[in-house]
Design a protein around this ligand. Structure first.
Ligand code: NAD
Length: 260
């Protein structure tokens, strides 16, 4: 079992879905975890208390909020070792219909926020003698999708930022990697997509069919399966892994699957 005792972690978007599963897994592995989210999920209170996970209100698009979150997380353990930049929002619209506000909301949450988090976390990770940043990108960060061009752009941009950060901060023993999931069930994002569909059951099957392994297993990927990859990336087992973007998408970003 991975032992993160003595490590201090911050997870954005940790009140729900992949971020929540990650916060729980990191805490169960021994880390002191602080979650930053734009909203607090009351249903997390009991489990989070049991695992000493602290929740802090944070809009990851706002520099002051991010600075406060990083400071609060670090203060709990006298340093910072693990940063998971996970908060994200979808945007299913074609470019002619995208407003400037739509663009800002999606790109700032999915891309600018990782810059803000890295900016405030890197000096603390460096002071701790090194650390690990993991960004939740998407299969759309590896291969753009026709139905959500702005979301895809924001995720490709964040993968580029991951690579640049990895290159610039290896000398500080700071590793920077991305996970590229999808389709992940039991998440706010997937639930919203399904709720917006004319027939949620048909839409869910379409998501499953687009991922060869999801199709083979007859189910979506779980938040816990993505969290396991994040746990590996923040652990000492990945000491020489940086600048990667690991697909946890059942092969969705490999190409066009065979028919049938
Ligand atoms: P989710 O909606 O369950 O979780 C996203 C969390 O981010 C929520 O708790 C939400 O409150 C928080 N958030 C949104 N805007 C924020 C802001 N401005 N400041 C702070 N917190 C904010 O969905 P999820 O699927 O768990 O999403 C987590 C990440 O996974 C996102 O980056 C998403 O793009 C990515 N992702 C999800 C899927 C999927 O199929 N669900 C696939 C690929 C990538």
């Amino acid at each position: 079992m991975t032992d993160l005792s003595g490590r201090v972690a911050v997870v954005t978007g940790g009140a729900s879905g992949i971020g929540r599963a990650t916060a729980v897994l990191l805490a169960r592995s021994g880390a002191v975890v602080t979650v930053g989210d734009i909203r607090e999920h009351a249903e997390d209170a009991a489990l989070f208390a049991e695992l000493a996970i602290r929740q802090q209100q944070c809009d990851v698009r706002r520099a002051a909020d991010v600075a406060r979150l990083v400071e609060a997380a670090s203060d709990r353990g006298g340093g910072l070792h693990i940063v998971v930049s996970n908060a994200g929002v979808g945007l299913v619209k074609q470019i002619p219909d995208v407003t400037e506000e739509d663009w800002d909301a999606c790109v700032d949450t999915n891309f600018k926020a990782t810059f803000l988090l890295a900016k405030h976390a890197i000096p603390r990770l460096r002071a701790a003698g090194g650390g690990s940043i993991v960004v939740t990108a998407s299969n759309a960060g590896l291969l753009p999708r026709a139905h959500d061009p702005v979301y895809s752009t924001s995720k490709m941009a964040v993968v580029a930022l991951v690579r640049s950060l990895a290159l610039c901060h290896a000398r500080d023993k700071i590793r920077v990697n991305a996970v590229c999931p999808g389709p992940v069930g039991d998440t706010g994002m997937m639930n919203a997509d399904l709720a917006a569909a004319a027939d949620p059951a048909v839409a869910a099957q379409r998501f499953i069919d687009a991922s060869p392994l999801a199709r083979a297993y007859g189910r979506m990927i779980t938040p816990e399966e993505v969290a396991q990859a994040i746990l590996y990336l923040v652990s000492d087992a990945a000491a020489m892994v940086t600048g990667t973007a690991i697909a946890i998408d059942g092969g969705k970003s490999l190409g066009v699957p065979p028919a049938g």
